[in-house]
Design a protein around this ligand. Structure first.
Ligand code: NAD
Ligand code: DAU
Length: 351
């Protein structure tokens, strides 16, 4: 038994690889292009595990994907691979179209061919799981009900639009060809191995370095935060028990404004390494098209599959801070190189 994971050297993918190998005996093949966001240091310790194999490559490379499917005969393909940062999609949307749409199309085409050639029982048991986001639903007002699986897609950023397109392709491959697909739409993740372009690790590393903490606009935008291991657990539950062709929303039931996030983080850091971190908060120009609020209604996955988030925000944030403090080499290797260039471009000397 083998599963093929794509994008397993990124933040959520790497957490998933660790958690899967920690609780399963199946072999896991990890196909990752190693973009700026992919990092083999996220997978340290697995190099000698006979159940694990890393393949450096692109989901859009049909010959490579075809060869992997034929050679390893996976029972499931889980697609984590994506360009994932909204601000980068605003600066340079092309890579988002290429990986998140063309890449997913190419992957689906090869998976479809492979799946159609399987014997009947294997065909029935096979799953393609698309890891998606709540951003495809667009934005909420402060009083709107949370996103459910029937909320229409109204993506607002190039990133969200590219993920929405991919989800539609996945849906169409199920509807048209019968490919046994599952889609998960998750809210904002945080935790170990997150590239510090995203809000929580960015604030954390800037605070520890005494640099400004950039808050877009007035800081009242709301996100629904979920600790990454809770997301990984939800994906495993959906893969094992989800109904074919369905989508499942995954969320933390944990809405916070960005100001609440930065204040909580500053208070926590002040306990560990005393200093007035709040004084570092700096309001900077807003993200164009910035979605005001995301919130997930996770009733379906809870009622059907018995999943709910285990970590509170305070526990998760404490664990995240602890992890970054305990991994200075990981941090140093990330914040040199490409990251410097990104920070200079995005914040133009503000941080
Ligand atoms: P990430 O940017 O940290 O990692 C993405 C990984 O995909 C990297 O390892 C990268 O090298 C790889 N990759 C990129 N293009 C590729 C390609 N063409 N072929 C093969 N590999 C490629 O992203 P993440 O935050 O771990 O997100 C993983 C998935 O979860 C994405 O699909 C994202 O849309 C989704 N998601 C993320 C969040 C979040 O809060 N981070 C929330 C919901 C859903
Ligand atoms: O909702 C799920 C999505 O969450 C995922 O699909 C995306 O891959 C992931 O990047 C994340 O998107 P966001 O845009 O919500 O995350 P980000 O960490 O970039 O920003 C979170 C909030 O913080 C958002 O309101 C913008 C704000 N922000 C972000 C940065 C980087 C700031 O105020 N300052 C910043 O410097």
């Amino acid at each position: 038994m083998t599963i093929l994971v794509t994008g397993g050297a990124g933040f959520i993918g790497a957490n998933f690889v660790h958690s899967w190998l920690g609780s399963h005996s199946e072999t896991l093949i990890n196909l990752d292009k190693l973009t700026y966001a992919g990092n083999l240091a996220n997978l340290t310790g697995l190099e000698t595990d006979p159940r694990y194999q890393f393949i450096h490559g692109d989901i859009a490379d049909r010959a490579l994907v075809s060869n992997l499917l034929t050679t390893h005969q996976p029972t499931a393909v889980l697609n984590f691979a994506a360009e994932s940062h909204v601000d980068r999609s605003i600066q340079s949307p092309g890579a988002f179209i290429q990986t998140n749409i063309v890449g997913v199309f190419n992957l689906l085409e090869e998976v479809r061919g492979y799946w159609q050639g399987l014997a009947e029982l294997a065909r029935d048991q096979f799953r393609f799981l698309q890891i998606s986001t709540d951003e495809v639903y667009g934005t909420l007002t402060p009083t709107d009900p949370a996103f459910s699986e029937t909320t229409p897609y109204r993506p607002n950023s190039p990133y969200a639009a590219s993920k929405a397109a991919a989800d539609h392709l996945v849906r169409a491959y199920h509807h048209t060809y019968g490919l046994p697909t599952l889609t998960t739409n998750c809210s904002n993740n945080y935790g170990p191995y997150q590239y510090p372009e995203k809000l929580i690790p960015l604030l954390l590393l800037n605070a520890l370095a005494g640099k400004p903490l950039p808050i877009y606009g007035n800081g009242t935008n709301i996100r629904d935060w979920l600790y990454v291991t809770d997301h990984c657990e939800a994906i495993q539950v959906v893969l094992a028990q989800g109904r074919v062709g369905e989508t499942y929303n995954i969320g933390g039931n944990n809405e916070k404004t960005n100001l609440e996030v930065v204040h909580t983080l500053c208070d926590l850091l002040a306990e560990i390494k005393p200093r007035d971190y709040q004084a570092l908060i700096q309001f900077v120009p807003d993200r164009p098209g910035h979605d005001l609020r995301y919130a997930i209604d996770a009733t379906k996955i809870t009622q059907e599959l018995g999943w709910w988030p285990r970590m509170t925000f305070e526990q998760g944030l404490r664990a995240t801070v602890g992890w970054y403090l305990e991994h200075p080499h990981w941090v140093d290797s990330i914040i040199s190189g490409e990251y410097q260039h990104w920070v200079a471009t995005q914040y133009q000397g503000q941080s």
